[in-house]
Write a new protein. Structure first.
Length: 315
């Protein structure tokens, strides 16, 4: 049997999201009634893999996810849902001693979110997951990384793909208390922090194109090859190490921002995998992120290629 070597690999967290919609977030000691709830696939690794698969459903591009779930009903649900998106799930390890990760998500009337995550099996990801899947890491044209698994393991996964000539995209979320290790900075092709993460990494709040440019310069000095700062409703700033520019946001009606960043990164990976230059890839990714805010859910909010094309053509 031939070994599958997907072009785009996501290495990271797999959660089941328990989402409730409230008018306003509860205060300490307060009980709030929610209008509804939903159970869905989440975790930044799973979200990004699912979004890539949906964008590539009519192409030959393959995607896979490396991570862990527990030997429980949530783990079965997560793998089945990923497979339905078209993600290769054979690389996902079922951990007999850990529960599947979960995220408890509150979304208010403005579409903003407040999330509590229980990492569980995600935090048990180890070098075993790298060694078992080393061929996939070394053959990946693009590797999508996040920081919801142990930092040392993420760093080693990045180094495997980077040394083999693949591109590494890091979503530095959540940002660790201390700076990222130098070995990880050196292995990153594109880092994609949002405003809060950029502030944590550079001590600069990127609330204008000018401040974003200053923050990008500081990030480049740390060793990454390119920077893409996600500024939410303000737009996106990119710098490829030689030049930078600001991309205006797409105007959409946002109802749920939970997976906007994950869909952005998925779009960026797809575009770069297709050979698009960074400015064009960022615009494509921005459309993906914007469209994700118009739907409820995490992985379920991922847009199709047709939806992205329509939005791009309307501008």
């Amino acid at each position: 049997m031939s070994v599958i070597h997907p072009a785009i690999v996501s290495f990271g967290s797999i959660n089941v999201d328990l989402t409730v919609h409230v008018d306003t977030f509860p205060k300490a000691g307060e009980t709030k009634h929610a209008s509804n709830y939903a159970i869905g696939l989440g975790g930044k690794g799973a979200n990004q893999a699912a979004a890539v698969a949906r964008l590539c459903q009519d192409s030959q591009t393959k995607t896979a996810l490396i991570g862990r779930v527990g030997a429980d009903d949530f783990g079965i649900f997560a793998k089945d849902t990923l497979a339905a998106f078209g993600v290769e799930t054979s690389l996902i390890h079922t951990d007999q001693s850990q529960a599947t990760g979960i995220a408890l998500i509150n979304i208010d009337a403005k579409g903003e979110n407040c999330i509590t995550v229980v990492g569980a099996a995600n935090m048990a990801v180890s070098e075993i997951d790298i060694e078992k899947n080393i061929a996939h890491l070394e053959n990946a044209s693009v590797l999508l990384l996040q920081l919801e698994c142990p930092l040392t393991i993420v760093t080693k996964a990045a180094a495997k793909t980077r040394s083999a000539g693949g591109q590494v995209i890091l979503d530095p979320a959540p940002v660790p208390q201390d700076d990222l290790p130098k070995a990880l900075w050196d292995a990153i092709d594109v880092i994609t922090p949002n405003e809060t993460e950029t502030h944590r990494l550079t001590n600069i709040l990127p609330d204008t194109p000018e401040s974003a440019a200053q923050a990008a310069e500081k990030l480049l000095q740390k060793g990454v090859r390119a920077v893409v700062i996600k500024m939410g409703h303000r737009g996106t700033y990119w710098h490829d190490g030689t030049k930078g520019d600001f991309v205006k946001p797409f105007s959409v009606t946002a109802i749920d921002t939970v997976a906007a960043g994950d869909c952005f990164n998925a779009g960026l990976a797809v575009a770069l995998n297709e050979g698009k230059p960074l400015p064009q890839a960022v615009r494509f990714a921005s459309a993906c992120g914007a469209l994700a805010t118009t739907k409820k859910g995490a992985a379920d909010s991922a847009p199709t290629r047709e939806e992205v094309g329509k939005l791009l053509n309307s501008y």
